[in-house]
Ligand binder design. Structure first.
Ligand SMILES: Cc1cc2nc3c(=O)[nH]c(=O)nc-3n(C[C@H](O)[C@H](O)[C@H](O)COP(=O)(O)OP(=O)(O)OC[C@H]3O[C@@H](n4cnc5c(N)ncnc54)[C@H](O)[C@@H]3O)c2cc1C
Length: 427
């Protein structure tokens, strides 16, 4: 039972909050079985990095996720550290983290539908939208009433995002948006999107861009699914054909969209860094035991490599969190976090491929074997989304190690005054 005795008012407040949160969770969700109770062959066995459900099942899952968000929001746990004037509760980041930690102990509907909207789009709206637009959209987003997506990448602009070509032309109090985006995760179930457009093609590439919030149901928006090698279709091509966007939904100043994009990208890496990790070490260890490979020196070496690097990743994230707690912005550790995560995912992918062999390619129905194919096939996407491994290495090399800059198209870097780890590519 929580001990409420303390002389520190902030700690006491946090302790009271934890009691209140636990009561809410006890009343509305089921406590998960203890993690230590993992037994090979029991429980769910799907470690996939992307959910592979058909559109009907996805709709049902979204409805459940939205219902859970609404319930949390109405009870005061939907946006714990958000400003009160925008529907938040006005408590500290520590309170928000305490709730997240408690919630992770319960069986609740997946909150993956909101990763991009709340992890990346909402912070950008909070920083760059007009106050009345933020006041209109943010409570709906945090309550789960509307879902957001990120419309940045184009067929000719990914790592080199500033090369994007989608046009927005001003027409009175509106903008007319025409062009194509690609790889837009969740566009098919999103209500709004954050889009970066070219508003002045005569300015240098980082300077002629402007950000907007767009209504994904507006006339002229067409979403077409893209099927990935895992079999699912999590992302899409999105075509804009003369879509009208009110000027009031502009993010930031005209032609200052690169700054808006950087806000989103800075949050993107943190959102992915804290995202799905897959199997967990115990599961891998039990897999080697189950297949009689626990004494194989090469298998043991690969396994311990995953463990050690997992610890490094955790310590690195703790260091970033400690900096945030002290009110400082984390520096290189945030830039390295996504790279460390995907590198360990690649080790895990190689490890399960070694241990499972042909069981990965043919489904024999055996528990905990073929299901790993979703992880192995999804892994390469994780190493590309939100800044590819190569681009992150460039950033670390140049900005942390001070190595010479890669040759680029532009003669001057638009990043010279920015913190480490905010750009997809630096050329
Ligand atoms: C699962 C997934 C989800 C995604 N979701 C979204 C989304 O919701 N919204 C959105 O806007 N985008 C999304 N993307 C797109 C993603 O941001 C881009 O794929 C990514 O930025 C890379 O761009 P690209 O695909 O154009 O590849 P490119 O930039 O063409 O890169 C191709 C290859 O060249 C390498 N490369 C590029 N530049 C350099 C360089 N300077 N130095 C060394 N190597 C380099 C890259 O590492 C890569 O291996 C998603 C991608 C994935 C895989």
């Amino acid at each position: 039972m929580t001990d409420l005795r303390t002389d520190d008012p902030a700690a006491s407040d946090l302790a009271t909050f934890r009691v209140e949160a636990t009561r809410f969770l006890d009343d509305n969700a089921t406590l998960k079985a203890e993690a230590s109770a993992f037994v090979w062959g029991q429980g769910p066995d799907d470690p996939s990095l992307f959910e592979e459900v058909d559109r009907e099942a996805e709709k049902l899952a979204l409805a459940e996720s939205q219902a859970w968000r609404a319930k949390k929001y109405d009870a005061g746990f939907g946006w714990i550290d958000g400003p009160v004037e925008w529907g938040g509760r006005g408590l500290s980041r520590q309170h928000a983290r305490a709730f997240a930690e408690l919630e992770s102990r319960y069986e609740v509907p997946t909150q993956g539908f909101f990763t991009i909207g709340l992890g990346m789009v909402a912070p950008t709206i909070a920083d760059h939208a007009r106050p009345e637009v933020a006041a209109e959209l943010l409570p709906k987003m945090y309550r789960g009433d509307i879902v957001g997506c990120q419309l940045f990448s184009e067929p000719g602009a990914g790592s080199d995002l500033a090369s994007l070509q989608m046009r927005a032309e001003r027409d009175g109090e509106e903008w007319v948006v025409t062009g194509q985006k690609v790889w837009t995760s969740g566009a098919h179930y999103s209500d709004i999107g954050e889009v970066i457009c070219r508003t002045d093609p005569d300015l240098p590439k980082h300077k002629g861009l402007t950000g907007f919030v767009v209504d994904m149901r507006a006339p002229g928006v067409e979403v077409r699914p893209l099927r990935q090698m895992t079999g699912g279709a999590n992302f899409n091509e999105v075509f804009f054909n003369e879509v009208r966007v009110p000027d009031s939904w502009r993010l930031g100043e005209v032609n200052d969209g690169w700054r808006v994009a950087l806000t989103t990208l800075m949050n993107e890496r943190a959102a992915i860094g804290g995202g799905p990790r897959g199997g967990g070490f115990t599961r891998l260890r039990e897999m080697t035991r189950h297949f009689g490979l626990a004494d194989d020196p090469l298998v043991r070496q690969k396994l311990i490599d995953i463990y050690v690097n997992g610890m490094v990743l955790r310590m690195n994230n703790d260091r970033a969190m400690a900096a945030l707690k002290r009110g400082q912005l984390p520096g290189p550790e945030l830039s390295g976090a996504k790279l460390l995560l995907t590198e360990n995912m690649r080790r895990t992918s190689d490890f399960v491929s070694t241990v499972l062999g042909p069981r990965l390619t043919a489904d024999t129905g055996e528990w905990g074997t073929f299901s790993w194919s979703g992880y192995v096939l999804g892994m390469p996407g994780m190493a590309i989304a939100g800044g590819s491994d190569q681009v992150l290495r460039n950033i670390l090399g140049e900005r942390v190690l001070g190595l010479p800059k890669e040759p680029g198209i532009d003669t001057t870097s638009p990043f010279k005054d920015l913190k480490v780890g905010t750009q997809r590519s630096d050329d």
